[in-house]
Write a protein that binds this ligand. Structure first.
Ligand code: MTE
Ligand code: MO
Length: 488
């Protein structure tokens, strides 16, 4: 039998690919379990999913929120535990970037070197040959491994490289609120449904897992000696004992890294966030930061049901305001501005009003379309006249969580000039309901929901948010360690 010699670059890329896929699947499961339901429609309700994990049933007689629906994915997930969505995302995006780069290097090498001829089918006869190979396997006539892959391998690898990997990337991208706000047409690939992309992203993960399982069974189960030698050195001529010790060492490292990653993440979420966001948010900013929302849904797109996330404030102050239909409420606009002011709801309603029908994306996973009416934030900025050093705008809310942290969210001053950034006091043509943020809530349609503060009390213009809350620019960033960018 001819001996096989794979280029060392391929051996290394294969190993990185394995490392990435394991981390992507683990962190993906973490993300999924924060909203453990999959749908084919963007009008997500608590029971129109096609697949769900966990058993929680939401009450019919009292208000529940999407945070109540989250489940614990267990230790297979990275990092495991309930509501560690933020950390799962940091891992997922960091590794996704490394994985995509690995894939690009691999593809360039394959085409430049001409090796693609070995892996990829070059004629239509591959299908009948693949059936022959399949019959061979099934009747235990296992074909010998050679330098040239057999037809079944060629088809499988082509499928993984040119279908499964791109499918994962495209469905992943289609979940970005910034991308589909700027290019609503992109979502048309998925019949305009983000949830279809999300479901397909999950199915791609299942197919990848199946591929890994079968691939490992074949490579190690059927060709144990050569499999180990190829995995480690890409060379069937090396000594088996040597290859096996390197193989075991690599496996131990892989498992150890995975265990360490979970412990490190759960042990210091602040540090993990700091390290990983430093790596991936500049990439996210570069690709998605400039995108402006240009959504134009129609009345017939409006969802019959819109989940609530974040319970209404319970303070006496808020209850008093609510009792009088917010007649005594005044929005305080302050900070580094030439013209600080207080403005009542009636006065806000006398100013310019803009209506927009848009799709809301919660970072947890659900979506819904609604019509919002309110005052463009650019008008507030114009009235306040921010000083030259202002970089961020902070929206302070009335609600305070169980641990005593007030809700707030921060955005760039430039985000205020996005045409679809408004202070909404109407939802679907009616006064904004209490649970959706009365008297006013922010809409910034290219971001995830957690940026759109409800129950707003004041708006503050600042140069830095280091002195607010725990200094990470928002309640969710502070307390559940989400990234600040919120664009993917
Ligand atoms: N004040 C306040 N605003 C908030 C929240 C909150 O808990 N408190 N939750 C955020 C999240 S995570 C989402 S998805 C949206 C949900 O808006 P909705 O309740 O109108 O669906 O509000 C955002 N704004
Ligand atoms: Mo959310």
């Amino acid at each position: 039998m001819e001996s096989i010699q794979l280029p060392i670059l391929i051996v290394v890329l294969h190993l990185i690919n394995l490392f990435c896929l394991i981390l992507l699947i683990r962190s993906g499961i973490q993300i999924l379990f924060d909203h453990p339901k999959l749908y084919w429609t963007d009008h997500t309700t608590d029971d129109n999913h096609w697949l769900r994990f966990g058993k929680k049933i939401m009450p019919k007689d009292k208000l529940w929120t999407s945070l109540d629906e989250a489940e614990d994915p267990g230790k297979v997930a990275l990092p495991g535990g309930t509501h560690n969505l933020g950390a799962g995302r940091h891992w997922h995006f960091t590794i996704a970037i490394i994985w995509i780069l690995t894939g690009l290097i691999y593809l360039s090498y394959m085409f430049v070197s001409g090796r693609w001829r070995v892996i990829l089918p070059t004629d239509i006869g591959v299908f009948t040959r693949a059936i022959d190979v399949m019959t061979g396997y099934l009747t235990l006539n296992i074909p010998a491994e050679g330098m040239h892959y057999n037809a079944l391998q060629q088809l499988t690898y082509a499928g993984v490289i040119f279908f499964l990997a791109p499918l994962s990337i495209i469905t992943g991208l289609a979940m970005s609120p910034a991308l589909v706000a700027r290019f609503p047409g992109f979502l048309k690939i998925f019949a305009n449904r983000r949830q279809a992309a999300r479901s397909l992203h999950f199915i791609a993960m299942v197919l990848f897992s199946l591929f890994i399982l079968i691939h490992v069974t074949m490579a190690i189960g059927l060709h144990f000696y050569d499999g180990i030698k190829r995995f480690t050195f890409g060379n069937t001529g090396v000594d088996f004992g040597y290859a096996l010790s390197v193989f075991l060492m690599l496996m131990i490292l892989l498992v150890a890294f995975n265990i360490w990653a979970s412990f490190f993440t759960l042990g210091d979420q602040v540090k993990l966030r700091k390290i990983l966001t430093k790596f991936y948010t500049p990439v996210v900013r570069f690709f998605f930061g400039w995108m402006r929302s240009e959504q134009k849904y129609t009345k017939k797109d409006i969802s019959p049901f819109f989940r609530v996330n974040g319970y209404p404030p319970t303070s006496d102050e808020y209850n008093q305001l609510k009792k009088h239909n917010f007649k005594n409420w005044k929005l305080k606009v302050h900070g580094l501005v030439d013209n600080p002011f207080d403005i009542s709801l009636a006065e806000i309603k006398d100013l310019r009003k803009q209506d927009q029908i848009t799709k809301h994306h919660c970072i947890q996973g659900w979506s819904a379309v609604a019509e919002w009416g309110g005052l463009p934030m650019s008008d507030i900025v114009e009235m306040a006249k921010p000083k030259d050093n202002v970089k961020y705008v902070i929206f302070h809310s009335y609600d305070i969580d169980e641990d005593g942290h007030a809700y707030y969210s921060g955005l760039r001053l430039s985000d205020m000039f996005d045409k679809q950034t408004i202070l909404a006091y109407e939802m679907n043509g009616k006064t904004l309901p209490i649970e959706h943020g009365a008297p006013i809530r922010l809409r910034c349609e290219k971001k995830y929901g957690y940026k759109m503060a409800k129950y707003i009390k004041s708006i503050e213009f600042v140069e830095s948010f280091a002195h607010i809350g725990k200094g990470r620019g928002g309640h969710r960033e502070d307390n559940v360690f989400f990234d600040w960018e919120a664009s993917i």
